[in-house]
Design a protein around this ligand. Structure first.
Ligand code: GLV
Ligand code: GLV
Length: 336
């Protein structure tokens, strides 16, 4: 691959200032756009920069086969996220484009948010907050906002990857039992023992857990994994947390379940059609929502930017960075 410091780089959204400064001072052709808020003119921008060799993309930028063909010289897509369901990886691979993502550095931040949503729902923090702000608090009564304990409960983790493992670790002080699923079914006895954890089938996880948290990527296998039928398996007091991708859950079916109070509540950071969130969800009391901010702490966002920057430097030096998504020796030799 003939990438060097005069390659044409286009960033489709805002990077942390320190990272953007590095790109600007070390690469002669770096241009950034603020297309995070309005992706309507994405096609125009890509066509205008059809000679780009590197694109820094964000989750809101769907890079499908057609859009990739707008940039025939494209060699690297640096996706500012760990998930890469916004990119047609197969098409990118066929076009000898390397795709970089930002694993590991955001695992703690995302697990923390999942944990925060778990506690917020279990103790009705959001409902209590609204109650005070709406000036409804008139007296101290013993049956207001009765929540649920977390201690000694069964926690179900769908997708025990990097983030799921840290979410499990967050419960170490709560004497919980953990059930989990993961794609590669390798047994990790050390993890299991330390976390009082056991690998199970999804069906058992859904039926047995008091809290179910989703940490798998979105792909053909996980699209609507939690559909109406699987939602039926949840315990009546179950808390469902999603900080992965909205479309892992069949959103209309979840809304129905919440409206009918068939589970205790849901903590959602991700939605099927972001940034649009169904009004029905906004009207529910048994939901806490955040606007897809799993990795949103300043240090994490900076680390994500640096990971992409360093990945690009490695490619320029002819090395394979750790964070290449479509890595295979064959593909690499075609790209390089
Ligand atoms: C966020 O959702 C990410 O994939 O990084
Ligand atoms: C998910 O992508 C993870 O890092 O666990």
């Amino acid at each position: 691959m003939t990438l060097n410091f005069s390659c044409k780089i286009i960033a489709l959204g805002n990077l942390p200032t320190s990272v953007e400064d590095k790109f600007k001072s070390n690469f002669t052709h770096f241009k950034s756009y603020d297309l995070e808020h309005c992706t309507n003119n994405l096609d125009d921008v890509l066509q205008k920069h059809s000679d780009s060799e590197v694109v820094i993309s964000f989750l809101c930028h769907k890079l499908d086969c057609q859009r990739l063909s707008f940039m025939p010289k494209l060699k690297v897509i640096a996706n500012y996220a760990v998930g890469f369901d916004n990119i047609d990886i197969e098409a990118a691979t066929k076009k000898n484009i390397l795709v970089l993502n930002t694993p590991d550095v955001l695992s703690e931040a995302t697990a923390d948010l999942a944990f925060a949503l778990t506690l917020a729902i279990s103790r009705k923090i959001n409902e209590g907050h609204k109650f005070i702000c709406q000036n409804k608090w008139q007296s101290l009564t013993m049956n207001m906002f009765l929540g649920q304990a977390i201690s000694r409960k069964t926690i179900g983790i769908i997708g025990l990857g990097r983030i799921g493992k840290i979410y499990a670790k967050r419960f170490l002080g709560f004497d919980v039992k953990i059930l989990y699923t993961k794609k590669n079914k390798n047994v990790d006895l050390v993890f299991d023992e330390k976390h009082n954890a056991r690998q199970v089938e999804l069906d058992e996880l859904l039926r047995q857990s008091d809290i179910v948290s989703i940490h798998c990527p979105l792909n053909n296998d996980t699209y609507h994994l939690i559909d109406a039928n699987n939602l039926k398996k949840l315990k009546p007091n179950c808390i469902l947390i999603n900080t992965a991708r909205g479309s892992v859950i069949e959103e209309p079916a979840l809304i129905k379940v919440l409206q009918e109070n068939r589970i205790f509540g849901a903590g959602l950071d991700v939605f099927e059609n972001e940034p649009a969130v169904p009004t029905a969800l906004k009207n529910l009391d048994n939901v806490v929502m955040t606007p897809h901010i799993g990795s949103a702490d300043a240090n994490t966002r900076e680390a994500m930017g640096n990971l992409l920057y360093n990945g690009l430097l490695a490619i320029i030096e002819g090395k394979i960075p750790q964070n290449v998504v479509n890595k295979s020796d064959d593909h690499w030799s075609k790209c390089i």
